[in-house]
Design a protein. Structure first.
Length: 438
């Protein structure tokens, strides 16, 4: 029992601990009918319970958490006729052969761009995001405002919230799910390992459970990562290369996700496509990534750490521009076959795919800094350091021939061009008193 408790605590501890922790009191059964002190305690609990019920129940019509997965979830406002109307209208397909997509992680970097692109073509799009503060939530709010203007509603909630997800599928018969919600970042895993388990494993399983029960089942495209190649030294990385030596907990949870995807495809006939993104960058990007905080720190005159491998080896990344990634995501949705299950049961074999989405030209991080210096017209203060062994790999390089063949994927933006667009966005976004943080 204690073991079970610990396990579930690890599973459900949110990335940023919720304001409230809800515990269903186990005391009530034990204390029933024993002595007056016990009675007093019992009634105090009942009273406290009533207060809690009032507090948690009043802002929203959704039910109280009834399963352990919801215990430590933050409470969000959802439900009600006005809310359902917004959900429906956002997910409404407006073009003839359009699809309706639930985009998780829609307030995130990739999620925002994918949602906007889908909406532009007339697809129905509904976002879902928990707005955690892994990095500056005001940036997520600004992305949300951007999507709001183009008619995309982001429901505020956690992918671990089964009643919420089921409700969404009850309101809208999504044909596709674009699953991008995750705990990203490699180094943060040492600080908060539970958040990776919470979002990348427990959250994924919860989402797939709801998808498998949905009628009709949606086709699912989701974000894995190039980090699954881990300590692999054979380049370029091809989908069939080994991925059993992850170098970080982040990578391990993404690899676990690929195995979980296999299982749900095999047992329930869910159509599943995993995309291994290679270092995505661009406007509205993530402040925890090097190109982003290098820009911030170079402008501030702060020294930036530049890693090098053993024997002064070059650290390089296959930087991929966001617009290219978006095209890969949309092509994956468009080529995804239907799931085959119904009533929670498999009816036949379903599609299972994995693709690298990279740029195929690794650039040394020192070159990245040189490009930024030129664009920002500021000299960087460089501090060359040994690459720490806490998750980052020295080199990434995608073989994209499979995505090219099956998706027509062909990246067209080089680092120079892409960074120019990023810097232009950065300067306009953070001018006017707003400060970069994260
Ligand atoms: N950006 C990259 O270079 C890169 C590379 C490889 C893989 N990926 C993957 O691509 C996906 C999108 O990445 P991104 O760069 O846009 O990251 P991001 O952090 O900007 O976006 C993820 C979003 O998911 C939300 N989220 C996290 N946990 C959640 C939960 N439990 N419930 C609901 N929402 C939750 C966050 O609030 C965030 O807005 C992620 O799965 C990431 O692991 C990204
Ligand atoms: C790239 O991957 C394909 C399989 O999709 C493989 O046939 C090809 O040999 C790989 N190329 C390299 C250079 O590894």
């Amino acid at each position: 029992m204690t073991q079970l408790k610990q396990m579930s605590h690890l599973d459900i501890s949110p990335p940023t601990p919720g304001k409230f922790k809800m515990d269903k009191s186990p005391y009530i059964h034990r204390l029933r009918g024993h002595g007056s002190l016990a009675k007093l305690t019992f009634w105090s609990f009942v009273f406290l319970g009533l207060i809690l019920i009032f507090f948690f129940h009043s802002p929203s019509p959704n039910s109280l958490p009834s399963d352990p997965f919801r215990r430590s979830l933050r409470t969000y406002n959802w439900g009600g006729p006005a809310w359902e109307k917004r959900v429906r209208s956002s997910a409404k397909v407006r073009s003839r052969h359009g699809i309706s997509v639930l985009v998780t992680g829609a307030a995130g970097f990739v999620g925002t761009h994918v949602s906007a692109a889908l909406k532009r073509r007339g697809d129905g799009v509904l976002g879902l995001d928990c707005f955690n503060d892994y990095y500056d939530p005001s940036l997520k709010r600004a992305r949300q405002a951007l999507l709001e203007r183009s008619g995309v509603f982001i429901v505020e909630g956690d992918i671990n919230d089964a009643p919420l997800l089921s409700k969404l599928f009850e309101v809208v018969a999504f044909t596709h799910v674009m699953h991008l919600a995750a705990q990203a970042g490699v180094r943060y895993a040492m600080e908060n390992p539970g958040s990776y388990v919470h979002s990348n494993i427990a959250g994924l399983v919860n989402l797939l459970e709801v998808c498998k029960n949905a009628n009709p089942q949606p086709a699912i495209v989701w974000a894995s990562s190039s980090s699954v190649y881990g300590l692999n030294t054979k380049v370029p990385f091809s989908e069939r290369d080994r991925t059993d030596q992850p170098a970080s907990l982040y990578a391990a949870t993404k690899k676990a996700g690929e195995e979980i995807a296999h299982t749900y495809n095999h047992i329930y006939g869910l159509s599943l496509t995993g995309l291994r993104f290679f270092t995505v960058y661009g406007p509205w990007g993530r402040p925890d990534m090097a190109y982003f905080f290098f820009t911030r720190d170079i402008l501030k005159g702060k020294t930036i750490p530049i890693f090098e491998g053993a024997n002064h080896g070059t650290v390089a990344r296959d930087f991929t521009y966001i617009d290219d990634i978006v095209k890969g995501c949309l092509a994956s949705l468009d080529t995804a076959e239907k799931s085959t299950g119904s009533g929670g049961k498999k009816k036949g074999p379903a599609q299972l795919r994995v693709f690298n989405l990279g740029n195929t030209s690794p650039v040394p991080v020192t070159d990245l800094v040189t490009i930024l210096e030129r664009l920002l017209k500021v000299k960087a203060k460089r501090n060359i350091m040994k690459l720490p062994r806490n998750g980052d790999v020295q080199f990434t390089h995608a073989n994209i021939s499979s995505a090219q063949r099956e998706l027509g994927y062909k990246p067209t933006t080089d680092l120079q061009t892409g960074l120019k667009k990023f810097v232009r966005w950065y300067l306009s976004y953070y001018s006017g008193g707003k400060k970069a943080s994260g």
